[in-house]
Design a protein around this ligand. Structure first.
Ligand SMILES: Cc1ncc(COP(=O)(O)O)c(C=O)c1O
Length: 411
């Protein structure tokens, strides 16, 4: 029988050893530039190959028999493990200080897979009050079909979480900061409380990225990201990330990932590896520009309020400083007006921000709450129509402020 390795004179050894080093022992630059890349196995190319193959051949029955039992560790079939995706998994695990990571087709999928793997009929989930909308949908409309109940709580006070614990609570879902009004949870306190009750903890860490917050160091069990945002960073891939212990990753992989097949393809994984090369530069630029713009907006007479975790006026500024070293480039402002017309005029004058959902890419964006008002058959949102969520991308912050200044004149 002819296996793949026998056909070619060059025999690439793509069976990387899975090694996960605690974050502090590996420099960020090492992770983003080298970790996981066994270049001697692919012609010393500095950019890794895209192994665009659905399956992998064995050269003998013996080899087949040995590898086929472990789809996570070996290269058998790309729904399980693909060498390009594996490079990315190693980098992401190291970034979060986790033992292992999985990369899946979307952030929403990452949340769903990890939660599904840890609940069963009759269980109860506690979730922070304003998570990402499709996380809310998972809890409100999906999991109840399988007998899993939930309680949404204001997670800014640990006492609220404690009060919501029921005898059947098995899972605590956090999002700190969230991406609209940036409420935080005290991660160490949540992890401690959950451990006392045998509850698995998970956090959406997309806003901070692992550069600015590493929840596993605070005792959180599972960290997810919408890799669609900063991790990829170029607004051209949708993906999700799950970081956790070897045991937890294997559990999620073995049932949810392999059964539901929610995987990322090698080409998208390669794009994210490329995106990661500049993660530090991009996130830093976005955070620092956002802080500058948030400070300026706070003193602007046409702005009622500015929400940004690293403004001293932010209600949880102290906690932000305690458990985060920065945050993403999202800012929420409330315009000082009662008039929808003035709000509309403001948006119509802006030229350098793009109307769009999402964030974490190169381009500055805005979400106007006013767009969700007066939609037939839908309730108005729980936020005022004067709310504007800005995402500050990689452009010159002064150039963006010029635009905001001229648009604010009409408010
Ligand atoms: C905070 C947050 N979590 C999760 C998601 C879902 O990620 P994805 O769009 O990659 O499925 C999003 C998407 O906008 C998000 O903003």
């Amino acid at each position: 029988m002819v296996g793949a390795n026998k056909r070619f004179p060059f025999q690439p050894n793509l069976s990387f050893t899975i090694y996960h080093l605690p974050l502090r022992k590996v420099h960020l630059s090492e992770i983003l530039t080298h970790l996981g890349e066994d270049r001697e196995n692919y012609f010393n190319a500095v950019s890794p190959p895209i192994i665009q193959s659905s399956n992998f051949a064995f050269s003998s029955l013996e080899e087949f028999r040995k590898d086929v039992t472990d789809e996570l560790a070996n290269h058998i079939y790309t729904r399980g493990n693909n060498p390009t995706v594996e490079i990315l998994r190693k980098k992401l695990a190291a970034l979060e200080g986790a033992e292992d990571a999985l990369v899946v087709a979307s952030g929403a999928g990452a949340t769903a897979m990890a939660m599904l793997a840890n609940v069963k009929a009759g269980d109860h989930v506690i979730c922070v009050k304003n998570p990402y909308s499709w996380t809310k949908n998972l809890l409100m409309n999906f999991l109840p079909r399988f007998g899993v109940s939930h309680t949404f709580v204001d997670g800014t006070e640990i006492a609220n979480i404690e009060a919501a614990i029921q005898p059947n609570t098995t899972f605590l879902y956090l999002e700190s900061p969230n991406t609209m009004t940036f409420e935080l949870q005290d991660l160490a306190a949540c992890a401690k409380l959950a451990k006392q009750h045998g509850i698995v903890t998970m956090i959406d860490n997309s806003n901070c990225t692992p550069l600015y917050q590493r929840p596993i160091e605070h005792g959180i069990d599972i960290v997810m990201h919408t890799g669609t945002k900063y991790l990829n960073g170029h607004s051209d891939v949708v993906c999700g990330v799950i970081c956790a212990s070897h045991e937890m990753i294997r559990k999620i992989f073995q049932t949810e990932i392999m059964t539901l097949g929610n995987i990322i393809g090698p080409h998208d994984a390669w794009l994210i590896i490329r995106g990661l090369r500049t993660l530090e530069l991009r996130v830093k630029r976005s955070f620092e520009s956002a802080r500058k713009i948030a400070q300026w907006l706070e003193s602007h007479p046409k702005v009622e309020q500015v929400l940004f975790p690293f403004l001293p006026s932010f209600p949880q500024f102290e906690l932000a400083q305690k458990q985060m070293t920065g945050c993403g480039g999202l800012i929420t402002i409330f315009l000082k007006t009662d008039s929808m017309e003035k709000v509309e005029a403001f948006f119509n004058r802006l030229e350098r921000f793009t109307f769009a959902v999402s964030w974490g890419g190169h381009e500055s964006l805005l979400v106007p709450m006013a767009a969700f008002y007066g939609i037939e058959g839908r309730e108005n949102p729980p936020y005022p129509f004067t709310l504007v969520r800005l995402y500050i991308g990689l452009e010159d912050p002064d150039w963006l402020m010029e635009d905001l200044a001229q648009a604010l004149e009409v408010v």
